[in-house]
Design a binder for this molecule. Structure first.
Ligand SMILES: Nc1ncnc2c1ncn2[C@@H]1O[C@H](COP(=O)(O)OP(=O)(O)OP(=O)(O)O)[C@@H](O)[C@H]1O
Ligand SMILES: Cc1cn([C@H]2C[C@H](O)[C@@H](COP(=O)(O)O)O2)c(=O)[nH]c1=O
Length: 235
């Protein structure tokens, strides 16, 4: 008798810089592993050698919003083709620290690049990549779930003030992040089934509970696994 292999699952984490995603991404990956799943942990921009080079450009070189958006989508296309689609086809859980919603929030709402043009770029970059034969040719690859850490810009700024040397985005003023936060809210409103909003303005433990409950609610994690606290180091 053969055992059916699990279906690939694609989860993205989103939120403004300093929203507190990092430790929970690790924690969720471990929770899936504890359930016997293979996890591909990745990030955007980045995730492949080429996309990591594009990330370095995006984070450190001055450029206009269109260039920034094109680089984000070029990196994403490579990431999808080289890493995400093969992992999903193998039945793995793919967890990405950011995906396309970040481009809408940062280049769209933050920088003011045209939202409709981003929708066109999204379609160009995210179709024709899927490896599963049962998916239509025009299938648009999106996360199955997006865990959105919602945090006021001023709280994130306080958290980041002492945390690290800022990159090109982290060095932006508070108004920029207020627009980015609104961009995420707009994307969430347009796709309420895909988004799980997390109130990130609370303790790490309370945030972790919200994250696991959102995944349990979808039937992807067992309650026993989800009830394990976030590891000491991360919490
Ligand atoms: N719930 C929390 N309460 C207070 N501080 C927190 C909380 N979660 C994370 N932090 C702190 O806030 C800072 C930013 O957290 P973290 O690096 O996890 O954010 P992030 O969302 O991954 O940011 P980025 O996307 O910019 O990398 C860190 O110093 C972290 O220790
Ligand atoms: C995918 C993506 C990311 N960004 C920005 C958002 C962050 O400021 C950085 C990535 O840094 P992190 O510490 O790894 O979160 O890049 C963006 O502007 N556009 C995008 O599409």
């Amino acid at each position: 008798m053969t055992t059916a292999s699990p279906k690939g699952l694609f989860i993205s984490f989103e939120g403004i810089d300093g929203a507190g995603k990092s430790s929970h991404i690790e924690g969720l990956a471990q929770a899936f592993r504890d359930q016997g799943r293979v996890v591909t942990l990745t990030r955007e921009p980045g995730g492949t050698p080429l996309a990591e080079k594009l990330r370095a450009l995006m984070l450190h070189e001055a450029m206009d919003p269109l260039t920034e958006a094109l680089i984000a989508f070029a990196a994403r296309r490579d990431h999808l083709v080289q890493v995400i689609e093969p992992a999903l086809a193998r039945g793995e859980v793919v967890i990405s620290d950011r995906f396309t919603d970040a481009t809408f929030a940062y280049q769209g709402a933050g920088r003011g690049f045209d939202w409709n043009q981003l929708l066109i770029l999204e379609r160009m970059a995210q179709t024709g990549t899927a490896l599963q034969a049962d998916l239509a040719e025009n299938f648009l690859r999106e996360p199955d779930m997006t865990i959105w850490f919602d945090l006021p810009a001023e709280v994130a700024a306080e958290r980041l003030a002492t945390a690290r040397v800022p990159d090109r985005f982290e060095a932006q003023p508070g108004e920029f992040f207020a627009r980015v936060a609104q961009g995420y809210a707009d994307r969430a409103k347009a796709a309420p089934q895909r988004f799980a909003r997390i109130d990130a303005n609370t303790s790490r433990h309370a945030v972790w509970q919200q994250v696991t409950q959102a995944v349990v609610r979808r039937g992807w994690l067992a309650i026993m696994v989800a009830n394990k606290p976030l590891s000491e180091g991360a919490a």
